[in-house]
Design a protein around this ligand. Structure first.
Ligand code: AVI
Length: 316
């Protein structure tokens, strides 16, 4: 793969700040090393994790309309592309409608981009690929350099992993690098019963638990930590007031964990939780206000019949 790479922060600052905070936190970007990205791909195939399946159905059903609505002569950019499995649906349609597909997948994981770069040319012959290893939440200078009309995919409810004010800031950031006529395709998971939401974040096979604990595995490997995974439990909690599923790691015992590279010895009480992720669940009104705060027009909405998931076309 011939990917460009932008500088990314080390995990040391995140871990030090998060474990000194009260309550303790570790940011979800730490999930995604090669193993974490692999586990996330597995999550997307779990029966309980309806998000991927339903978003894929929406894209399949409406691909022609989406490409048509976005406008002619498109370049597709995907933020947090991973291995771009769902994106193939749109790229294939684009190649059909336009005769060619030009794709800029952006992700922090080089392994996921490598997988995409290896697979996509086989699935869409003639595709032009420009992979970029970057954390798009830290700036989007690369967007402006892309010529032609852009359709920026921000799908998979990735926006749900940011705080409400960050959402508008991220979209405003993207908006600042867009030209008139460019559009964002935003996929968002909707608010629904916790009986459906919680199993999606605490699956029966324990894949999400392993994904959550992968942060501890990374700290052990990359910073010389001595976390014992058996002494931490995966927890998923529905926070109705804030409209989000939270993931935590709960210490099963009172313990101390040493992290050599940070010269830290971190105490954990029995039952103390370290907050690792929020996954916000939206209403159409919430998306409308996030988009308008960012100066974007909500032009079209596509959904499944139960309105579990929605895909929005936001125009600059
Ligand atoms: C990447 N993101 C949209 C996922 C989500 O649903 O919030 C991450 C995830 N966390 C646990 N399972 C999946």
């Amino acid at each position: 793969m011939n990917a460009k790479s932008l500088p990314m922060p080390s995990i040391a600052d995140d871990v030090e700040a998060g474990l000194l905070a009260s309550p303790k936190t570790l940011p979800p970007r730490l999930f995604y090393d090669a193993r974490g990205s692999e586990l996330f791909e597995q999550i997307t195939t779990l029966p309980e994790y309806y998000l991927t399946l339903i978003e894929r159905q929406i894209l399949e059903r409406h691909a022609a309309e989406i490409i048509e609505a976005a406008g002619p002569d498109l370049r597709v950019v995907e933020l947090g592309a991973g291995s771009a499995v769902k994106t193939v649906i749109l790229l294939r349609q684009l190649a059909r409608q336009q005769g060619s597909a030009i794709f800029y997948p952006v992700d922090v994981s080089s392994a996921a981009l490598e997988d995409a770069s290896e697979r996509l040319p086989r699935e869409i012959p003639g595709i032009e690929l420009h992979p970029l290893i970057a954390d798009y939440t830290r700036g989007l200078p690369f967007l402006q350099a892309i010529r032609g009309r852009k359709l920026i995919l921000y799908i998979g409810s990735s926006i749900g992993n940011f705080e409400p004010l960050e959402d508008s800031a991220i979209l405003a950031h993207i908006r600042a690098s867009m030209s008139p006529g460019d559009a964002i395709l935003l996929g968002t998971d909707m608010r629904k019963s916790p009986d459906l939401l919680l199993p999606a974040y605490d699956d029966s096979r324990g894949v999400t638990a392993e994904f959550n604990k992968n942060i501890l595995v990374r700290i052990n490997r990359e910073l010389g930590g001595d976390f014992n995974l058996n002494y931490f439990a995966h927890r998923a909690v529905w926070n109705s007031v804030l409209s989000r599923v939270e993931m935590h790691l709960e210490s099963r015992v009172s313990q101390r964990v040493n992290i050599r590279e940070l010269a830290m010895s971190v105490p954990f009480d029995r039952g103390e939780t370290t907050h690792t992720e929020n996954s916000y669940k939206f209403t159409p009104a919430m998306i409308g206000s996030i988009a308008s705060n960012a100066g974007l027009t909500q032009e079209r909405i596509w959904s499944d019949s139960q309105e579990w998931f929605t895909v929005h076309l936001l125009r600059a």
